[in-house]
Design a protein around this ligand. Structure first.
Ligand SMILES: O=C(O)CCC(=O)C(=O)O
Length: 1096
């Protein structure tokens, strides 16, 4: 690097650069004129750093192989470069620099600033999966991240766009918790997104109310007002549930007119207004609205398509043709425009062109429309025998599609701001290209936007392409140049179309709006709210600094960001050593993983090799028959269960003389008729299939509507459904119908069960679920009866981890009952925190079970993702064939009355009743390393996924350490790691709160007191409860969220749940137990059942 390229910086400039990172994105707009000096400084630094990297690369290349290299690049240089490019909004370069950092820095996942920057880049490119992962990781490693609000909002928008409603709602809630000044969006913008989530979920009335509330806000910006009015107007137009048609029509027009007034420069409101007028038959008004929209909005395929519809309705086929052509030139995949073009050609008896247009509409259009499919089939057959038309043949009323495509008008119209607005409606029917109706010339392309090809250029390109095999080098070069210009302009146009998509009306506008908002959010960050106040921990000396010249090691100390310091804690340390080390460096007090410092957060595993054979993909269910009480209590039975992912234990309830009648509907009604039952209304389907509501598509999404009833009412329904079925059976005199399998052929193929039949036979059913039997005063006989079970299967026992929690976790360490009619489904899931579960079928009917071993859960998740479903938040019914094709084995078996099903840790399962029956179920946690590790791993993964862990694993671990002796080194290591990490967290948190002068009070734990969770992020708060009054309630926060809410922790009180001295004693006493060797050789075991896997 020569002298003149040295970088001279003042200490102030260095300070500015050192403080810049991904957190300023959206706050510091370097493109704006106010920040010209900072922009120049950043550009200077970028130039210097890039020059430096090039130089180092060159020197590396010049080095002989094996020679010692004294030049090395600190990977953080790339990260910093990534931040600079991000702030300059050069996403491609930012991405490339971040990727380099990712490749060079093994611990990249520990740096939230990198993860956030990378997430923003992915988000910019609409790579939602990757963006989600990066942003989730940023929040995982730094839960108190100062840009958490922006990260949560982006996550919410991405989940909304992918229809993961539950996850989207969680992230909107969390985005709302951030103090206003820490976010690039306003509270009202957030409320708008949340209202739109309601609309997208189909909760139209709630959405309308939310939009209307927003309109009353005095501080609503005019842009947001326009958005709200557009959404509301369009909802009134579309949703019959919002009132009677005339009132809705008036409301729609009124709202859309307000939208136009609020944002006069936008064409989106005008377009929707045009649609409403057209629907009301106000053709003239519709044309005017469309035309005004075209003048305002850059090329919008939807507007042109709607204009085409209007012309076609007015019997102006040539004008309609041109409008449609405009639409499909703007968006080649515009299926509505292609389909309309097809019907236009058909109306002019131009079957060949119609056929081509219908086909261009793409598979989605044909799939969605049976008449279109029929039409295509008809035309195909017809055209096979029809003579090829000649150009000179019979006079046609419209130009062919090829001719129309190449008409000069199309090139003109398809430019970003069309010169030719549609001819005004009455009397302008034209067989020649439309004349410009207004004087508006084409808008000059924006700076940086590629210029579209002129008509002449287009023709040249077509000519060159046709003769591509025979071109001179110059012609080749010209063709390449034109082609690349064409592609760039197409891409720009596609972007423009995508931008407008949200407000267009083809398809479901709620969904397209979600995408539009996503783009909008990324495109239009609000202007700078404030300069960041965060001070770099690194001090910069006062003298001017010079970076540059020949430096053997490229190190940018002043520029470096080091969010996490290495820590050297290990489980061999005593509590005192830990506490002493914490005094010097407890590490960042928010991000300890209970899995230990070294390992990153857990990730879903891929499908493990090797590829399984067809038999292995459909293994027989592990099955054991218990003949006697002795069998039931034998250690072999427990071993058998622990060895298999899932198992059917038959004969156990009979051998133990369990009175299952205590759980029959009759007994329940007699005992507590008004007891609450949650009801899931579901579509009745055959067990290995899942169809959408239309009966046309096999899907994984498993829809159900939730409501509530009582035991008595459900019992009436259950009995009535049984009676109905008996009657139907009698009437039919045919095979029993009390099997959901009766809905389709047993081989699951579609024969005789097409969409029409499915819709005809589609029946809704009600599944009574999650009936809570936890109250010992109410359900004593039932709960006492279950104590007859062997310890490993009991609801409560010393050998069950969940009994050490010390408080109730409903449905996990208490019993839940399910009341079923045939077809009742429990969708796919793993148990909370991967605990095992026990399920007994009370009868009289059967249940059908499906299970996937834990090792393959990542494979199931992959397919959920592919189906656009959230693995944790969503409700899904997998297709066993699809799973097997993906290399995932699936068990399938029947659970008869009296059968106990053992679900091992992490086994994914889904269940459907084949008959009328009740089931009882609860969770258990065998004291094994496997169970504990799987529970802990899921605890961490839940944090990444922002999913609440129902089992408070930290609280449980400390209780286990107090209550049990552990002789399994693996279990001991895992538990001690969790104790170590949380002891550090306790010490670090106390230090932090004391340093900020927060009052600390001992609170202790009452007997049976439930574990605490952070009111903001829903993570377990085990030791230091940071409490603040909110709306007259005392809300517990974790340290991270408390600091997000108030960096100084002002207004917070810290309640200590445990004495640190007591924790230290527990920690030190938790050593690996080495049992004394037995004095005598063990006596021969009594004869026990020999459990063998047997197909059901
Ligand atoms: O019986 C049911 O439908 C619930 C099954 C289940 O998921 C379980 O017991 O773990």
């Amino acid at each position: 690097m020569d002298e003149k390229e040295e970088l001279h910086l003042t200490s102030q400039e260095l300070q500015v650069l050192s403080e810049l990172d991904s957190r300023q994105f959206g706050f510091l707009k370097l493109r704006g004129s106010e920040h010209g000096r900072t922009r120049a400084l950043v550009l200077k630094a970028v130039k210097y750093l890039e020059g430096m990297l090039v130089q180092v690369k060159e020197e590396e290349r010049a080095c002989s192989p094996g020679a010692r290299r004294d030049i090395c690049i600190d990977p953080k240089t790339y990260c910093k470069l990534g931040h600079f490019h991000l702030l300059l909004e050069d996403y491609a370069k930012a991405m490339s620099a971040y990727q380099k950092f990712y490749a060079l820095e093994q611990d990249n996942w520990k740096d939230p600033l990198f993860l956030y920057g990378l997430g923003l880049c992915y988000y910019h490119y609409n790579a939602f999966d990757w963006a989600t992962k990066a942003l989730q990781m940023a929040l995982y490693v730094a839960p108190g991240f100062s840009r958490a609000a922006d990260a949560h909002l982006r996550l919410a928008l991405m989940f909304k766009a992918r229809r993961h409603w539950g996850a989207a709602a969680v992230h909107f809630r969390r985005a709302r918790l951030a103090p206003h000044q820490d976010a690039t969006f306003t509270r009202l913008e957030l409320s708008f997104h949340a209202a739109h989530l309601l609309e997208a979920r189909g909760l139209r009335k709630a959405a309308r109310d939310a939009y209307e509330r927003l309109l009353k806000e005095p501080q609503l910006s005019s842009m947001l007002k326009a958005d709200v009015c557009r959404q509301l107007g369009w909802m009134y137009h579309r949703c019959a549930s919002l009132g009677e048609p005339a009132a809705r029509a008036r409301a729609a027009i009124w709202c859309l007119q307000r939208a136009v007034v609020a944002e006069p420069e936008s064409g989106a409101g005008l377009y929707l207004l045009g649609r409403c007028f057209a629907a009301q038959g106000k053709v003239h008004d519709a044309f005017i609205a469309y035309r005004n929209s075209v003048e305002k909005s850059e090329g919008n395929a939807d507007t042109w398509c709607s204009i085409g519809v209007l012309y076609q309705q007015q019997n102006q086929p040539m004008d309609a043709l041109q409008a449609y052509i405009c639409a499909v030139q703007l968006d080649k995949g515009h299926s509505a425009a292609w389909t309309n073009l097809g019907s236009l050609y058909e109306s002019c008896s131009m079957a060949r062109d119609a056929f081509a247009c219908y086909n261009n509409g793409g598979a989605r259009a044909t799939l969605a429309s049976a008449p279109l499919r029929q039409r295509l089939a008809f035309l195909r057959a017809h055209l096979a025998h029809a003579p090829v038309p000649s150009v000179t043949g019979k006079r046609r009323s419209l130009p062919s599609i090829e001719e129309a495509w190449n008409l000069p008008i199309s090139a003109e119209m398809s430019s970003r701001a069309p010169k030719a607005a549609p001819p005004p409606y009455p009397g302008a029917g034209a067989s020649t290209p439309s004349t410009p109706a207004t004087g508006a010339g084409p808008a000059a392309p924006k700076r940086d936007e590629p210029t579209p090809l002129t008509h002449h250029q287009l023709q040249t390109l077509q000519y060159l392409q046709r003769n591509s095999h025979n071109l001179s080098p110059q012609q080749q070069a010209l063709m390449q140049q034109l082609l690349s210009q064409y592609r760039l302009s197409q891409a720009a146009r596609a972007r423009a179309v995508a931008k407008n998509e949200g407000n267009c009306a083809s398809g479901d506008s709620a969904e397209s709006l979600a995408e539009d908002l996503l783009k909008k959010f990324s495109d239009s960050q609000p202007d700078i709210k404030k300069e960041p106040t965060t001070k770099s921990p690194l001090s910069v000396n006062n003298s001017d600094a010079v970076l540059g010249g020949r430096q053997p090691v490229v190190k940018l100390e002043p520029l470096k960001t080091d969010p996490l310091k290495p820590v050297s804690f290990h489980i061999g340390m005593s509590a005192k050593q830990i506490m002493d080390s914490c005094k010097d460096n407890a590490g960042p007090p928010t991000s300890w993983s209970v899995l230990g410092d070294g390992c990153g957060p857990p990730e879903p595993p891929g499908v493990p090799p090797p590829r399984l054979s067809a038999e292995q993909l459909a293994p027989p269910a592990p099955f054991v028959y218990v003949e006697s009480k002795r069998d039931a209590f034998s250690p072999q039975l427990q071993d058998f269960c622990l060895k298999h992912p899932i198992a059917v234990v038959r004969g156990l309830t009979a051998a133990l003389k369990l009175d299952l009648g205590l759980f029959s509907t009759k007994t329940l009604v007699e005992a507590w008729p008004d007891h609450a039952v949650e009801v899931r209304t579901q579509l009745m389907q055959s067990a290995d299939e899942n169809w959408d509501a239309s009966g046309r598509r096999r899907v994984w999404a498993c829809a159900s509507h939730r409501s509530h009833t009582t035991v008595r009412k459900y019992a009436q329904y259950q009995a009535g459904s049984f009676q109905d079925s008996l009657r139907e059976e009698r009437e039919r005199g045919a095979a029993p119908a009390h099997s959901a399998g009766a809905l389709s052929d047993s081989d699951g193929r579609e024969s005789g069960s097409g969409p029409a039949k499915r819709r005809r036979t589609a029946r809704m059913l009600r599944f009574g679920t999650n009936v809570d039997l936890s109250d010992e005063r109410k359900w004593r006989p039932q709960l006492t009866e279950l104590q007859k079970l062997p310890a490993f299967a009991r609801v409560a026992s010393a050998a069950n981890m969940l009994s050490h929690v010390g408080h109730v976790i409903l449905g996990m360490n208490t019993v839940q009952l399910y009341m079923k009619v045939p077809g009742s489904r429990t969708p796919g899931h793993q148990e909370n925190n991967n605990f095992c579960s026990i399920n007994i079928n009370i009868g009289p009917g059967d249940c059908e079970w499906f299970g996937v071993p834990d090792a393959y859960w990542g494979g199931v998740r992959e397919l959920c993702d592919r189906h656009g479903l959230s693995y944790l938040h969503g409700s899904w019914w997998p297709d066993p064939d699809e799973l097997r094709a993906h290399g995932v084995p699936v068990y399938r078996f029947t659970q008869r009355p009296g059968d106990l099903v053992w679900v091992n840790a992490g086994c994914v399962h889904w269940v459907q009743a084949t008959g009328w029956c009740n089931n009882i179920a609860w969770n258990v946690g065998p004291l094994t390393a496997r169970q504990y590790s799987l529970a802990l791993e899921r605890y961490e993964w839940n944090k990444v996924q922002n999913f609440k862990s129902i089992v408070p694993m930290v609280h449980l671990t400390w209780n286990l350490a107090r209550n049990i002796r552990v002789s399994d080194p693996r279990l001991h290591r895992a538990m001690r790691t969790c104790l170590l990490q949380t002891l550090r967290a306790a010490a670090g948190t106390l230090q932090t709160v004391r340093a900020r002068g927060v009052p600390v009070r001992f609170h202790g734990r009452a007997r049976g007191e439930a574990s605490h969770y952070c009111g903001a992020c829903e993570r377990e708060v085990w030791h230091a409860l940071l409490v603040r009054e909110h709306e007259r309630r005392h809300v517990v926060h974790c340290l991270a969220c408390a600091r997000r809410a108030s960096p100084t922790l002002q207004g917070f009180l810290c309640l200590e749940e445990h004495h640190v001295e007591e924790l230290s004693l527990v920690y030190d006493a938790f050593t690996l137990h080495r049992p004394a060797p037995p004095l005598h050789a063990p006596a021969a075991l009594p004869p026990t059942p020999t459990p063998t896997p047997t197909p059901d």
